[in-house]
Design a protein around this ligand. Structure first.
Ligand SMILES: Cc1ncc(C[n+]2csc(CCOP(=O)(O)OP(=O)(O)O)c2C)c(N)n1
Ligand code: SF4
Length: 348
């Protein structure tokens, strides 16, 4: 009998021994060049680099081109494509039911800033454990180019006319709602998006990541703050955030003394490098002021804008048992007949 050795593959594998291809999804049906596809690619990169097991990820979305995108990454994960604006409540329920899962919610600026605005605020208020990604293109892409709640005032769109309403800043709204992780990036900045995604995936409460994601079909005019050209010209990095996973060697490429380290719950660290603006991401009021100032200058600040790890997440608030609720037998989950009788008696 002869033994044939399988040819050794030179393809890079992660700490689980998995190739990046394992983290991919279906072929995208979005327009060529859509910023949402770049974000899907970054989610694949981040999960591959971190060595996350796709089977322990649950992807959630609402309705929109952005909300279609979970089909294009992590095909081995759980997924729920919910109703328009309803992603946060579906994700909240699933995260409570199964504490073993890491949640990734993908939403649009319409899905979050318009119909789902209340849901967005309440998920943050509860500190539902999930990465909440807003693929922000300042337009309703799927329904062909209406203004969204983040469209610029005075902006003109072919069919919608001129927008007279001021935009909602979703990072500002997240900080006001007491979100413990608020970051903004630009789909065309792969390094920063991947870094922030890795940090967000290691955060234990709601981590909001607002990513400017140009809609090449309905909102890519040079004067739009959500276009590629505007993004490239006005993208001001507030901090250069370097994420260092706990299971890898710590590698830093900048001089000691310039960095500020924030330790995340799982032992991994995020190192913040102050650039020309001395922004302290742990200072809530400074973060609000920064965003307000940027709004007036029509700039978008990118990087980790605010971090606060002191809030208990929803699972802690609910005192969930170690065993995920989905694995508990019905007898343990349902109140006993006696306790229900007592409850009813108490209401008489
Ligand atoms: C209850 C309800 N209202 C309206 C719609 C129509 N609708 C579908 S997607 C969408 C907006 C999508 O915009 P956004 O969330 O910004 O995502 P994008 O397509 O730009 O990625 C709207 C209004 C719907 N599907 N359901
Ligand atoms: S319409 Fe816009 S948001 Fe939708 S897929 Fe095309 S480029 Fe992307």
């Amino acid at each position: 009998m002869t033994t044939v050795n399988a040819p050794k593959s030179n393809t890079k594998v992660n700490k689980l021994g998995l190739e990046k291809a394992v983290y991919k999804g279906l072929e995208s049906t979005l327009c060529n060049g859509c910023g949402h596809d770049s974000i899907s690619a970054r989610i694949i990169d981040a999960c591959f680099d971190l060595g996350i097991r796709s089977e322990f990820i649950a992807k959630f979305s609402g309705i929109g081109c952005s909300s279609k995108s979970p089909a294009y990454f992590l095909s081995r994960s759980h997924g729920f494509n919910s109703l328009h604006g309803r992603m946060p409540s579906v994700a909240t329920g699933a995260m409570v039911a199964n504490r073993e899962l890491t949640g990734i919610g993908v939403s649009g600026d319409g899905d979050t800033g318009s119909i789902g605005f209340g849901q967005f605020k309440h998920a943050i208020r509860r500190n539902a454990p999930m990465v909440y990604i807003i693929e922000n293109n300042g337009v309703y892409g799927l329904t062909k180019g209406q203004f969204s709640a983040t469209s610029d005032v005075g902006q003109e769109l072919k069919h919608a006319g001129i927008n007279e309403l001021p935009p909602i800043d979703l990072c500002l709204e997240a900080i006001v709602a007491d979100c413990g992780f608020v970051a903004r990036s630009f789909a065309g900045d792969p390094k920063q998006v991947t870094t922030l995604l890795k940090a967000a995936l290691s955060f234990k409460g709601t981590a909001v990541l607002d990513i400017i994601s140009p809609c090449v079909t309905f909102n890519d005019k040079d004067e739009s703050t959500k276009s590629y050209s505007w993004g490239k010209a006005h993208n001001e990095h507030v901090i250069d955030a370097t994420f260092v996973p706990y299971f890898e060697e710590i590698i830093v490429d900048y001089a000691p003394g310039e960095a500020k380290e924030v330790e995340l719950h799982d032992g991994s660290k995020i190192v913040l490098k102050k650039l020309d603006r001395a922004h302290d991401a742990t200072d809530r009021m400074a973060a609000i002021k920064l965003l307000e100032e940027a709004k007036h200058k029509q700039q978008f600040i990118t990087g980790l804008i605010y971090i606060n790890q002191s809030r208990a997440d929803l699972r802690e608030q609910e005192h969930l048992p170690e065993t995920p609720l989905v694995h508990l037998p019905a007898a343990k989950l349902r109140p006993s007949k006696d306790s229900l009788v007592k409850l009813m008696e108490g209401m008489k």
